[in-house]
Design a binder for this molecule. Structure first.
Ligand code: GLN
Length: 465
């Protein structure tokens, strides 16, 4: 199903193939196939064709061609795009058209890439299956009865369906890696502070990063190199560093906590068999990171607390959905927010408000912050001995749409991915095999700024898979 790589396509386009024809053929494919998958909320036909024509002109005139020359990129719909509606998968932002581009979008355009469309997602990025979207669920291209993962499900499905060779997602607790794993593609959550969050609509800002998604490691690295970089507009942006990588053999630690309760046997077997295979090329050793047992509740308390504060701005007064005006401001707010937000978002605002409220703050939020520090320290210790940490990306195989109705059951899907967000370290999901005809992803984690290490190990995974 997967077409030529982005790298090969760029060579062809830079060498003289028509960008306009390439974009038209993708748009045609999207129109034909996407009604079955629902990976896009908005297709950017007009602007994409205009951009393609401009790039063809630039090449004819002998201009300098950018590293993503002519390539189509599918962009998660929580990243602001000037002049193109940005919905965050919610009804709340109805009618909102950002007057500016997010920094990552400016970087894409500066590299001669083309935004082909805005992709479907769980409302405000809250979810692991893209079933919480106001615009309906995204289906998994490998099995349309199943979920594509989430919350960046549209971006992963668009790459897996060859609607675009590259995509951007955002990852607060796994939202790039989960759908990458479920759709059998590559997805990276970069080191916190590496990719600008300016123009990313915040869910839980101490945890999230925008990340690249592609069908292979080389393409993922190509896109990452374009979007990374210090940005004075994001006050959590960091000066860029690169971890030196030696030529020596890699040492990989596999925490036994990654195979605790909640991990399906089929997934465990597939990942363990693969790690055994890797053992012939790199050193693989079982380790223990005891604090990981508390990662999931810690994550959900922090994420919901931050969400309750970040989402307070949506009142329908200045922009977004406006319901009927009530007799006072409280009633008007209630009308607007009651209509605009879906159930999961409301649940999290209420729980997050509770965790932050006087009397409970110490018991929940402050405590979670302390455990977050322990988790970070556990990783720091492990990285003194090991270059990388590995485990499954998802504890379960892609499930059926509508199968998981209990919210806690869905939260449990994040047990493997949230530790990297809590620690701020980079993590990648790379396809490592199939089980029961469904894809399994291997997750690799590195110390801060260790993305090159992830790509190096990811190439080994690609060769062995
Ligand atoms: N599933 C997690 C959550 O719902 C992660 C979401 C994300 O990374 N945006 O919070």
């Amino acid at each position: 199903m997967l077409p030529r790589s982005a790298i090969e396509t760029r060579e062809e386009l830079a060498g003289g193939a028509s960008v306009e024809e390439y974009v038209l053929s993708l748009l045609e494919r999207i129109r034909r196939e996407d009604p079955k998958i629902n990976s896009f909320i908005t297709i950017c036909d007009g602007p994409a064709i205009e951009a393609a024509k401009a790039l063809d002109r630039k090449r004819r005139e002998g201009g300098k061609l950018g590293p993503l020359f002519g390539l189509a990129v599918a962009v998660k719909d929580n990243i602001c795009t000037k002049g193109v509606r940005t919905t965050c998968g919610s009804r709340m932002l109805e009618g909102f058209v950002p007057p500016y581009d997010a920094t990552v979008i400016r970087r894409l355009k500066g590299a001669d890439a083309i935004v082909i469309g805005k992709t479907n997602m769980d409302e405000f990025a809250m979810g692991s299956s893209t079933e919480n979207s106001y615009f309906g669920p995204t289906r998994n291209p490998l099995d349309p009865e199943r979920v594509a993962g989430g919350s960046s499900g549209g971006s992963a499905a668009a790459v897996a369906s060859a609607f675009a060779p590259l995509a951007l997602g955002s990852d607060t607790g796994g939202s790039v890696r989960c759908p990458a794993s479920f759709c059998s593609i590559v997805g990276l959550k970069p080191t916190y502070g590496t990719v600008s969050r300016y123009g990313l609509i915040s869910y839980a800002n101490s945890l999230e990063q925008i990340g690249p998604m592609a069908s292979n490691i080389g393409d993922c690295e190509l896109l990452f190199d374009v979007i990374r970089g210090y940005d004075p507009r994001d006050n959590t942006s960091l000066p860029q560093k690169r971890v030196e990588i030696g030529e020596g053999g890699l040492r990989i630690g596999v925490p036994k906590e990654f195979f605790m309760e909640g991990v399906q046997e089929a997934v465990e077997k597939c990942v363990r068999d693969f790690l055994d295979k890797m053992g012939s090329l790199v050193e693989v050793e079982e380790i223990s990171l005891p604090s990981l047992a508390y990662a999931l509740p810690t994550y959900y308390i922090i994420a919901m607390s931050e969400a309750s504060s970040n989402l307070a701005r949506y009142d329908g007064i200045r922009y977004g959905l406006r319901g009927e005006d009530g007799s006072d401001w409280n009633e008007t707010y209630c009308n607007n927010r009651g209509m605009g937000f879906g159930q999961e978002v409301k649940r999290r605002i209420i729980l997050g408000t509770y965790a932050l409220s006087a009397g409970y703050r110490n018991r929940y939020y402050i405590r979670a912050q302390k455990i977050r520090t322990l988790i970070r320290e556990d990783f720091e210790r492990a990285f003194k001995e090991f270059d990388l940490i590995a485990g499954p990306t998802m504890p379960v195989l892609p499930f059926r749409i509508g199968e998981k109705l209990d919210p806690v059951e869905v939260y449990m899907c994040d047990i493997e991915t949230v530790p990297a967000n809590l620690a701020g370290i980079p993590a990648i999901s790379v396809p490592c095999g199939m089980s029961q005809g469904l894809p399994v992803g291997l997750q690799l984690m590195a110390p801060p700024f260790g993305e090159e290490l992830l790509f190096r190990a990811g190439r080994i995974v690609e060769e062995l898979a």
